[in-house]
Design a protein around this ligand. Structure first.
Ligand code: GUN
Length: 286
């Protein structure tokens, strides 16, 4: 039987309706939720992401300010803007679009974002809080994956969960979120000896590697829930995920497509974090 295909766009729309209400509720209490986005340089993919973030903010009634800085921006200039936004009481969320040009140190920039405005949840202190399960901001992509798992009505407790990919942004925090839900979690990566042997154990399989269609049907346990975080181009230049969707959908019970699966949720989770940042301000915790 072919898998249930999750419509990330529809789920995102539903969640954004609630976020819009949350934004209105904040406004009625005198807080105008706002997100500042900084982009340095001319990377076309980054520009598209930032534009989509701005449009998403508009859609739900979050104020957004985009700072487009030239490629030649110095570390001092960038840090001085971050500092200004840190101090600005009307700014609730700050996001520096990555990657930054090579002469800028991403680590230093992230460490200088105020932790209660760090809506990406990239600051080491926020990463640590995710580890211990005591956090304000969820990392956007893994949080989107959890929304999909919930929407599909899948219980994580006691399940074999396999995350393929160990990035700081997706793989590692994803494993933590599944662990918080009492999954039995394995993280695989490029040095994993017998990848197929591990992925075939997965009742919930999350692919976050960045390699087009690398998860093939023979690597998937029949009936598994397969979540594809990849965003790649195939041999014809067409957008595709890390999962060989056409074949895997015949084996899995639930699957996310690319595009239209996890992608739309990621920005929605950013909106949710921005609302959270504004709520922290309202409650006096920020
Ligand atoms: N570049 C690609 N994905 C992301 C993200 O989630 N946040 C930021 N800041 N930059 C990115």
């Amino acid at each position: 039987m072919a898998a249930k295909i999750i419509d990330g766009k529809a789920l995102s729309k539903k969640l954004r309706e609630q976020i819009k209400k949350d934004a209105e509720a904040l406004k009625s209490k005198g807080i105008n939720p706002s997100l500042s986005v900084i982009i340095v340089g001319e990377d076309p993919a980054s520009k598209t992401y930032v534009k989509n973030k701005r449009l998403a903010c508009e859609e739900v009634g979050i104020k957004s300010d985009v700072y487009e800085l030239p490629e030649s921006t110095t570390s001092e200039e960038l840090l001085s803007l971050v500092e200004k936004l840190n101090a600005d009481e009307s700014v609730h969320g700050i996001l520096v679009q990555l990657p930054l040009p090579g002469h800028l140190d991403e680590k230093v920039v992230i460490e200088n974002i105020r932790i209660d405005k760090d809506v990406d949840a990239f600051h080491p202190q926020n990463v640590g809080r995710i580890m211990i399960g005591d956090f304000d901001f969820l990392p956007c992509t893994p949080a989107g994956v959890m929304e999909i798992i919930d929407e599909a009505g899948v219980e994580v407790k006691g399940k074999e969960c396999v995350v393929v990919g160990r990035s700081n942004i997706v793989g590692k925090p994803q494993a933590m979120l599944l662990l918080h839900r009492h999954g039995t979690v394995t993280i695989c990566h490029s040095r994993t000896k017998d990848l197929k042997e591990v992925t075939r154990r997965a009742e919930i399989l999350v692919a976050a590697v960045g390699k087009a269609k690398m998860i093939t049907a023979d690597m998937v346990r029949p009936g598994a829930v397969v979540i594809d975080v990849g965003m790649n181009r195939d041999e014809n230049g067409k957008l595709c995920g890390d999962v060989d969707f056409e074949n895997v959908k015949e084996v899995a019970s639930v699957i996310t497509p690319v595009p239209g699966g996890v992608g739309p949720l990621t920005i929605t989770m950013l909106l949710k974090n921005t609302i959270k940042a504004a709520e922290l301000r309202l409650s006096g915790k920020a």
